[in-house]
Design a protein around this ligand. Structure first.
Ligand code: 13P
Ligand code: SF4
Length: 321
């Protein structure tokens, strides 16, 4: 398990919040955490001040692992709904609170159970590989899950020669260029990563010719073709740490740069476009975390019949990678 990313004295209040309120909210969160025996986990795209109160900050795969392995009674998930659902799916004995109840993922909403059934009927020999950015009900219809960190590994480990890849067309297309299997990508996409254009990447490269370009596989094929490396959010952090390069152009949600900059003070980092902001990821604030813990609200519940089938798909992934 990674260490917490910060200590109290390293943190500063977000714009518009007084130091007094900031400290009060942080103290409240830490007190409630102890009283509830809670683990706070945050996705790499969360606001800096939310990342700073978390016990663990990571990518989707790491958050699912934390959810499975924790001994805490309560998991407070700072991220979007499917991430909190993943924790319930793999660890139903814990209480899982979604810090901000309205935080969803538009890509996850682009596919429903009926769509998966229709695609299965269309490609009867294919296995369904399901990106974790999906509802529990869609996972329950799938053979195996994957994240951006292990999608290729999961596809290659699946016995079928044909793969229905849901719901991200870009990750699905990227995997199809790396595997010998026939991949049918479902036409979903991330509204945030889709905003990044190849023209913006070229312009950034021209301005910083010495830089390495790293991109998330939810970006379009044109963008990925221009990248030096295509990586999940936590893989990007490791890449920057281990690379001898000094300047990086980052093609993913801007929140990632908080942790990346802290862990790499000797490197210069640029997010390629200021439009790379996920509004859903930014909904979680210190206030929402504190209130959710205080009221024990936003408890994530999944009908057992769906949870058990979704667990099969998620556990298969966790065994593969
Ligand atoms: P990671 O698994 O790479 O953290 O990505 C999750 C996500 O929602 C990207 O948009
Ligand atoms: Fe969903 Fe995209 Fe936001 Fe990730 S960045 S949570 S895929 S909308």
């Amino acid at each position: 398990m990674e260490k917490p990313v910060s200590t109290l004295d390293e943190c500063t209040p977000p714009t518009g919040m007084s130091v007094g309120e900031f400290e009060e909210l942080r103290s409240k969160i830490f007190r409630l955490k102890k009283e509830m025996n809670a683990l706070i986990v945050a996705h790499n795209y969360q606001r800096p001040e939310v990342q700073d109160i978390a016990d663990f900050v990571g990518d989707s795969l790491e958050l699912a692992r934390q959810g499975k392995e924790t001994g805490a009674d309560v998991i407070v998930l700072c991220g979007v709904r499917f991430m909190a659902e993943n924790c319930v799916i793999v660890n139903p004995s814990r209480t899982v609170l979604l810090a901000e109840g309205s935080a969803g993922c538009p890509m996850a909403d682009m596919i429903e159970v009926e769509d998966v059934r229709e695609w299965r009927a269309r490609y009867p020999k294919a296995a369904v590989v399901c990106y974790v950015n999906t509802s529990a009900a869609v996972k329950a219809e799938s053979d195996v899950c994957c994240t951006s960190a292990n999608a290729l590994q999961v596809v290659d480990a699946t016995p079928n020669d044909e793969i229905i890849f849901i719901p991200d067309q870009n990750l699905g297309h990227w995997v199809s260029t790396k595997t010998t299997k026939k991949v049918y990508p479902y036409p979903g996409f991330c509204v945030t990563h889709h905003r990044l254009t190849a023209g913006q990447v070229r312009a950034a490269r021209e301005a910083h010719p010495e830089a390495k370009v790293i991109a998330h596989p939810e970006c379009t094929a044109e963008v990925l073709a221009l990248a030096d490396a295509v990586l999940s959010t936590s893989q990007m952090i490791r890449y920057v740490k281990e690379s001898s390069a000094k300047v990086f152009l980052v093609g993913t949600e801007a929140g990632l740069l908080h942790r990346m900059a802290r862990e790499n003070p000797d490197k210069t980092l640029y997010v390629i476009s200021n439009a790379l902001l996920c509004p859903n990821m930014k909904r979680t604030t210190l206030r929402s975390v504190a209130t959710t813990m205080e009221l024990e609200r936003n408890v994530i519940k999944i009908p057992e019949e769906i949870r058990a089938r979704a667990q099969r798909a998620l556990e298969r992934m966790l065994q593969i990678s």
